[in-house]
Structures are given as C-alpha cells and as structure tokens.
Design a protein around this ligand. Structure first.
Ligand code: ZN
Ligand code: ZN
Length: 121
C-alpha cells in the first residue's frame, strides 16, 4: 500500500494494489504535462485506487486514436495521473505525486524519438 497527492494537499490518494509497470515517457504530450523532458509514471489497477479531492479531468484523442485522460488538481494544477482507452483498467500515476517518490523505479523508456537532447532521463 502506498499514498500520494498534490502540492496543495487537497488531493489525497491511497493505492492498495501493486505497481504493475512503470515508464519514463518522452512523448510531446508528457513533456507538456510535466513541464520537463519526460513524465515518470506507473500503471496501477484503477480499482485499487481511492482518491479524494478536487480532481479535474481533461480528455482528448491521441494521434493514435485513443482517448486520453489527464487528471490534475483543480486548485494547484499538480498532475496526478494519465490514462488511455488502450488500457482502461489502469491509471498511470505520476511519480512526483507519491508521498515517497523514492519508491518509483522506471522499468522502461518510451517515445524516445521525442526525447530532448537536454534531457538524459
Ligand atoms: Zn492541489
Ligand atoms: Zn507520454
């Protein structure tokens, strides 16, 4: 079990399941969302997450035609998770939202074609 939330502490979540896999994503969307070169994120079962707080969800269609969700705190703007209709059972919590971000370990790096030369990730 592990916990996380946002910068202003309005959002808190608790995950009772394990981390299924984790990635550093270098795609342009994740660069925009993170404000940096990549977004560290981990897949967990949606059903194992309990979340409270003023979560705002923005949805759009990716270039590959999947429905993408980006969930963030409507008070402070911190990213909490992304999800894709390709894997609807999962949400991808962002590593920086963890109460203890040191538990995050990246298994894979994806969309490296979009990696910026200044981001060694
Ligand atoms: Zn917040
Ligand atoms: Zn991405």
């Amino acid at each position: 079990m592990f916990k996380g939330g946002c910068l202003c502490k309005a959002i808190n979540y608790e995950v009772t399941g394990g981390i299924k896999f984790s990635v550093l994503c270098f795609c342009r969307e994740c660069q925009n969302i993170s404000g940096g070169g990549h977004l560290p994120q981990m897949a967990v079962d949606r059903d194992t997450v309990t979340m409270i707080g003023p979560l705002k969800i923005r949805t759009w269609k990716s270039e590959s035609g999947n429905d993408i969700e980006h969930a963030f705190c409507s008070e402070c703007g911190s990213s909490i998770y992304k999800s894709t209709s390709m894997m609807p059972e999962n949400i991808f919590l962002v590593a920086g939202s963890l109460d203890d971000p040191s538990i995050f370990k990246a298994d894979q790096r994806v969309y490296e074609d979009s990696r910026q030369p200044w981001d060694r990730g």
